[in-house]
Design a protein around this ligand. Structure first.
Ligand code: MN
Length: 425
């Protein structure tokens, strides 16, 4: 399928600097708060935000299959997304057309331009969707293997189900927040191996999880299943996802029903949802799945995406330290398989639901997607530029995640997920 807006030769009349995540081929979707306090659905080119309600009020989105243009002044993208894939595609194509270098319609209209465009520094990024349900998978074979080696049996690191089922659990949506939101270190019960009873206090083993998350763009009915081949039509787009975790709380509480309070005190997403369409040029093959999966999980074609991921730790008043470089392409189970598995029992999904990939670790020690793996359970501290070491995250550290795709002629990025960790309340 050829998507016109993805043409790598297109240039915008909005200046886009080299290395910027948001060239005219990206056209992500988000929600901003303007200086006047109003909330708007938005897109972005370079360092400029496009107010989708303002642009639609001049008639530029007429006859594109959106019944009511007021969806663009709602505080979330949910009702825009619910208009369906043909509408998202039409809006993306229209933005591409309007902002192409040679198109004078808005470029040469000072009045309209001033109402439609805002510099990124003049808006506040908001949570882009109301997340109904949130599911977290566990789909990186390197991550699952590392965890198995550290906590169970190095010889049989993967549990017997792992290569047959995209393992996941139901998380909590109320505490999913947008980049820039600070999170307090959680308190809870922990039990040291050499103690008989648990203790209560701030988590000592506070960690990030480097993940991507996809956002459902199409509802399914209770009782119905989504096939692997149809699954991508149910995906609106992706964000970076920092799934904060308290390892010591998790270790004590997770038996037998899985993580609970160790995972639901804050998870942070990047504010711009990059559409699956924009990622089309970056499809790659995933790892070979052996043993063969059951028929309902079989797929054809390239279902993984080459997205470079990086994590930085920035101590208070200090420099950024790169601690991990990984890639979304390492995922053993792809998003289409995750969604097909999720619905194979008839579980219905809703627009705005969010699905975390699970921690994305790569094959080398510098590509592990959590402090638990990077410091190997605290046995190999990570050195920072200021001379300090980290086994886990300290109070007032800021965790920054970035992600972008790149080929010879195009860079499509996600921006950042920035999270400062505050002391326990
Ligand atoms: Mn997670």
């Amino acid at each position: 399928m050829m998507i016109k807006a993805n043409n790598p030769d297109l240039e915008s009349w909005i200046e886009v600097q080299n290395g910027n995540d948001f060239p005219i081929q990206n056209i992500p979707f988000g929600v901003v708060e303007l200086k006047n306090g109003k909330t708007r659905c938005a897109s972005r080119i370079g360092n400029y935000v496009i107010d989708l309600y303002a642009i639609s009020s001049y008639g530029y989105f007429d006859n594109l299959g959106i019944d009511d243009l007021r969806v663009f002044k709602e505080p979330t993208l949910n009702n825009f997304i619910a208009q369906g894939q043909p509408a998202w595609r039409a809006i993306r194509e229209r933005i591409s057309y309007l902002f192409s270098k040679e198109n004078p319609l808005i470029r040469d209209n000072i009045e309209e331009k001033s109402k439609i465009l805002h510099h990124i520094l003049d808006v506040k990024m908001m949570m882009p969707v109301a997340v109904g349900d949130y599911t977290d998978f566990y789909s990186s074979i390197e991550h699952a293997t590392n965890v198995g080696k550290m906590f169970r049996d190095p010889e049989n690191a993967l549990l017997p189900n792992w290569k047959h089922i995209p393992v996941g659990y139901h998380g909590r949506s109320s505490s999913i927040v947008v980049s820039g939101t600070s999170i307090h270190r959680p308190k809870g019960q922990t039990k040291a191996d050499d103690e008989l009873s648990p203790a209560f206090g701030p988590s000592k083993l506070f960690d990030f999880e480097l993940e991507m998350a996809f956002i459902a763009g199409k509802q399914s009915k209770l009782g119905d299943s989504i096939s692997v081949s149809d699954a991508e039509n149910h995906i609106f787009g992706l964000v970076l996802f920092n799934d904060l975790s308290a390892r010591d709380i998790q270790k004590w509480e997770y038996v037998p029903l899985g993580p609970f309070l160790s995972k639901n005190f804050g998870s942070v997403i990047s504010p711009w949802i990059v559409t699956l369409d924009a990622l089309e040029p970056f499809r790659v093959n995933g790892p070979i799945q052996d043993p063969k999966v059951l028929p309902y999980l079989e797929f054809e074609g390239k279902k993984n995406f080459d997205i470079n991921l990086e994590v930085f730790i920035q101590p208070e008043n200090g420099e950024k330290n790169s601690v991990c470089r990984s890639n979304f392409k390492y995922m053993y189970w792809n998003m289409a398989q995750q969604l097909a598995h999720h619905t194979i029992n008839g579980c219905n999904i809703n627009v705005g639901d969010m699905y975390g990939s699970g921690t994305i670790s790569g094959p080398t020690p510098d590509s592990f997607g959590s402090m638990m793996e990077l410091s190997w359970k605290g046995t190999r501290p990570v050195k920072l530029k200021d001379g300090t070491e980290r086994k886990f995250i300290q109070d007032n550290d800021t965790i920054i995640m970035t992600g972008f795709c790149r080929n010879n002629n195009l860079r499509i990025g996600f921006g950042e997920t920035i999270t400062k960790i505050l002391p326990a309340k």
